[in-house]
Design a binder for this molecule. Structure first.
Ligand code: NAP
Length: 525
């Protein structure tokens, strides 16, 4: 398939008329064809106008049609075949096996949201029938359902070019909720974005939906990105990336005459707590598991274990010796972009220069450009508590081990942490009391708490939470992975004393959609 470098404004593929970018193959620093010209503010406005025009029709599409649309997107992505994997590999340096898995996850995610749409539980229908005889005042007839927020601006993430990009989790959940989507492609993988964008556009046409349901734009964050977030027709934002980028979007959204929600997933170091019993009984296995999780995908996961907390002593010393040996044997890996590789080098340099951190190990030297050498640093709880820079995210395969004098210091370290996507506990039976004492702190700090596992690898399921207090995300009340992600793009509307014929189908007395309603305080079977 020939890439064109065109924007997709609804069903129209047109060249942008701002400055151009080309993808860079990070394994060679070679620029890739074609050039992608950024969208002008007029072109961005056209996409937003189309999205707004599509909104009222799209949000009332029958559940079956909307579910079919999500499934058709998955089919169209699969139909792209090897061309998609080859291009994504060239643009990101990610191994093809990883990209094949990510494509599977992307399509499964779309199909999962199709199931969610069909089931209709997300409409959360509540019916309080009128009580005309109630004393001292009658109760009106009240009916509530969830409606879509409006067009959503989605920022593709660099580290998941398929599963969190053009047709990734944010797009799938927004479309499932009934929101048209305008995507700002990530500049690191424009060709991958074009291929997936064309697949979505084909699905829009095949399902006979209004063209404004989906647009794809290229351009610089500070111009196009801020332009999208401040366009009055955009009603919510989905973002994964840096803390500074996420905060810039939050500030722009809050400064609008009509502020809107920004669901930004930004920065986390995902602490791992190794309790005494576990460390004494299996420090070697823990060290191996830890280094595998740390170095997977060059550490370019938001759930990468960037902090290990444990009590000092012989068991921790042994863990460090084994972990250092595994890090020392790990090969350097190509990072996603030159900018990300530079940011990683800066983060590692800051830790290396920190008087209070000692470098315990680094992996084999780089064999090519933009490669990440895994790094393991060690510090004390006292130093960690005194120096906030030691908990800055270093995006890549770097981690800091904090040696604590006792349980109380472990608790202080946990209490001192910023908000996190995950917190992990490695424990044995004998550690349960220590873990129980730490749990209230961790519940305040993290969106997901794991026992005896590793935080990398995020299941797309009903119970998953991929979120957490700031700076993990800008809104801790939601998740960006899993079916609950649909809730971010919905709001409740109550209909009072409506004649049945004027009510939306979901709220009509005969329940034509066969929804499980909350009817006069009782959940229907
Ligand atoms: P990024 O720089 O935050 O960029 C993500 C998207 O946001 C891009 O489309 C970018 O557009 C836009 N953007 C960035 N700053 C903006 C601003 N001030 N105003 C408006 N839009 C803005 O993230 P990245 O390129 O993926 O990686 C850079 C760093 O982000 C990494 O080194 C890492 O530290 C962090 N990161 C973290 C995670 C995580 O999950 N925790 C994931 C990915 C990246 P432009 O590219 O056109 O500026």
């Amino acid at each position: 398939m020939t890439l064109t470098g065109n924007l997709l404004i609804g069903q129209r593929a047109v060249p942008g008329n701002r400055e151009t970018i080309r993808a860079i193959d990070p394994s060679s620093n070679q620029a890739l064809e074609p050039a992608y010209a950024g969208a002008s503010s007029e072109q961005m406005a056209q996409a937003c106008t189309l999205a707004w025009a599509a909104f009222d029709t799209y949000r009332e599409t029958p559940l079956e049609q909307r579910a079919g649309f999500l499934e058709t997107i998955a089919e169209q992505i699969e139909a792209l075949g090897d061309a998609l994997i080859d291009r994504a590999h060239a643009e990101t340096g990610l191994p093809k096996a990883r990209l094949l898995g990510e494509r599977g996850r992307t399509c499964a995610q779309l199909r999962t949201f199709a199931r969610v749409v069909r089931a209709g539980e997300w409409l959360d229908v509540r019916v309080d029938n009128a009580l005309p005889e109630r004393q001292p005042l009658p109760r009106p007839d009240l009916r509530q359902r969830q409606v879509a927020l409006g067009p959503v601006a989605v920022f593709g993430a660099s580290n998941f070019p398929l599963a969190f990009s053009v047709a990734g989790g944010d797009t799938a959940s927004a479309l499932a909720a009934g929101c048209p989507v305008v995507v700002k492609a990530h500049g690191a993988h424009p060709g991958t974005s074009e291929l997936v964008g064309l697949a979505v556009a084909r699905a829009v046409a095949q399902c006979e939906l209004p063209e404004g349901v989906f647009s794809l734009l290229y351009g610089a964050g500070r111009e196009l990105g801020i332009g999208l977030v401040t366009d009055p027709r955009i009603k919510a934002v989905g973002f994964t990336g840096s803390r500074s980028g996420g905060l810039a979007l939050c500030q722009a959204a809050q400064a609008r005459p009509e502020p809107i929600p920004v669901y930004a997933e930004m920065s986390a170091i995902n602490p791992v707590f190794l309790f005494d019993g576990a460390l004494r009984s299996r420090s070697e296995t823990l060290a191996q598991g830890f280094v595998t999780s740390l170095t997977q995908g060059a550490g370019q996961f938001c759930t990468n274990p960037g902090l290990v907390v444990a009590r000092q002593g012989p068991a921790l010393e042994h863990f460090l010796v084994v972990a250092s040996a595994h890090v020392g044997q790990a090969a350097a890996q190509t990072m996603l972009t030159p900018a990300i590789a530079n940011a990683y080098a800066d983060g590692v340099a800051a830790l290396s220069e920190n008087q209070n951190a000692r470098c315990a190990a680094n992996s084999l030297p780089a064999q090519g450009p933009n490669q990440c050498q895994a790094q393991l640093f060690v510090t004390t709880a006292q130093a960690f508590l005194a120096d906030p820079t030691l908990q800055a995210e270093v995006f890549g395969a770097a981690s800091l081990v904090v040696a604590c004098a006792n349980d109380e210091q472990i608790r202080q370290v946990a209490e001192h942490l910023e908000g996190q996507l995950t917190a992990t506990l490695h424990l044995d039976e004998a550690d349960l009391d220590s873990a129980r004492r730490l749990l209230p702190t961790l519940e305040r700090k993290a969106g997901r708490i794991l026992v005896n596992g590793w935080p990398t690898g995020v299941e797309v399921s009903d119970a998953m939470v991929h979120g957490g207090p700031f700076p993990a995300t800008s809104d801790a009340r939601s998740t960006s992975v899993g079916t609950a992600a649909i809730l971010r793009f919905l709001r409740p509307v109550c209909y009072q004393d409506f004649p049945d014929a004027l009510l939306p189908g979901a709220l009509q007395q005969a329940n034509p959609l066969h929804l499980r309603r909350l009817l006069d305080g009782q959940r229907e079977a």
